[in-house]
Design a protein around this ligand. Sequence first.
Ligand code: 5AD
Ligand code: SF4
Length: 569
Amino acid sequence: MHPLQCVLRMQRCQRWGPLASVSWVLLRTCRAHSGLPSTACSSPERQQEDGVWKDFSSRLATGPTFQHFLRNASVPQEKPSSEVDDPPPYLTVDELSGRQRKVYLETYGCQMNVNDTEIAWSILQKSGYLRTSNLQEADVILLVTCSIREKAEQTIWNRLQQLKVLKSKRLRSRVPLKIGILGCMAERLKEEILNREKMVDILAGPDAYRDLPRLLAVAKSGQQAANVLLSLDETYADVMPVQMSPSATSAFVSIMRGCDNMCSYCIVPFTRGRERSRPVASILEEVRKLSEQGLKEVTLLGQNVNSFRDTSEVQFNNAVSTNLSRGFSSNYKTKQGGLRFAHLLDQVSRIDPEMRIRFTSPHPKDFPDEVLQLIHERDNICKQIHLPAQSGSSRVLEAMRRGYSREAYVELVHHIRESIPGVSLSSDFIAGFCGETEEDHFQTVSLLQEVQYNMGFLFAYSMRQKTRAYHRLKDDIPEEVKLRRLEELITVFREEATKANKAFVGCTQLVLVEGLSKRSATDLCGRNDGNLKVIFPDAEMEDVTNSGLRVRAQPGDYVLVKVGVLSCF
Ligand code: 5AD
Ligand code: SF4
């Protein structure tokens, strides 16, 4: 899923006080100590940076200690890596073992799937499998799939045709190639996949990854094997995901799974099951480990992250009722008790003041003032909120069962902007939902103009079986009309995002360096607090944490970049 986004580029050839030769400065942060050195520059031009700088150092000075965190976390028991689950009666421990067979994993769909891939790999690695990034040398190919729109599933069917050829060409002298479908598509289509594509050996739904070693052992004996059971409590709390890229500066941390919202267009409640939250202690433990590994950013993940509710600790299960955003309602009975998102966000952000915290995807109904205040106050929580609107028409929103009107949504946007000055906003929109008129479409266009999002994800409606819309509404907007409306939304979105993001031009942004720019080997790329991509030259710069030493920025460094040019696409 690619966002419609803008890219900020460095302003070149600009004199900028003591940094005349460079208009970017490196803030290299150090894991061994918990503070950044102060700067000794006071020219007027430098004062602007000093603001950012002091802000950053004062946060570190007043931040919580490591002991503070430890007091709040209890560590879940993890199995030692050599320990294998008891085998079922028909398999020996030896048969369950991967015996160094090589697995190739391919991920489609959302960030949850990226995280699920890391979980699946963590489980297989413990079971004795090796990982390969070379399709040709794989003994097992696993596709982690998405069902959200018809197109996502079609991509997998096409990929299976290619893999079929690979499987049939496999030399008899080699171990037979096994192919597995994991995730949402396995859950949605179940045995239909096994019947339609005989070359698929295993199916594992989103709650069945612990069963992968057994499924693969069964498949090795020549049978097809499937586990698509959904769970009420599986959160993989004790599985530490193994990151795909060891040099990554940021990681996803799953905090809850499933969805109870039942928006009428959405397949997710059927593919990922009921909403359940991971215990706070295990989330904190994972974030702490990531911080110790030197990661500089975590994104808390879930289908409705801000509906988080950890009910695992009995003492917090009192009858505190839920505060919904003003003008919002939910499709389910109000839930009570448990540790809520504001508590989790507070605790996570205290672990490492140098670590940026993001979260996605939230639902607009769950933005009580505690959450907004925390985002405003806590410097390492990014001032960036994804606020999926889906439509600008109250009539369509009702048909979608979103639980809010256009007016309530707009009021929430104003409230968020008042509570968090400078916040970046992004959204999801669906064009051509059942019964959407030109007037409804115009309402969505006008919402884009009214809000001026910084980033967006726009889709044409795709009817999904099992959903409420499938059973009760008519998919009556012709495909060409859906596409025309989508194009119109994209055009308006770009115009408005360009206006919104122009505010960054001429400003200094604190950028977390990710690595080389994909488009140019001489540029680096990173992201600002609002999650916009920033491109700047890979050249020597002043290291202000190391008495002005001249260095090249590395992934994981913070760099101050003065923005010159904006391009949106
Ligand atoms: N058709 C088109 N877009 C959809 N989305 C969810 N279900 C559908 C569907 N059936 C979009 C929504 C959601 C995003 C993840 O995908 O905008 O927020
Ligand atoms: Fe696709 Fe939704 Fe499943 Fe993510 S949760 S993989 S977006 S269907």
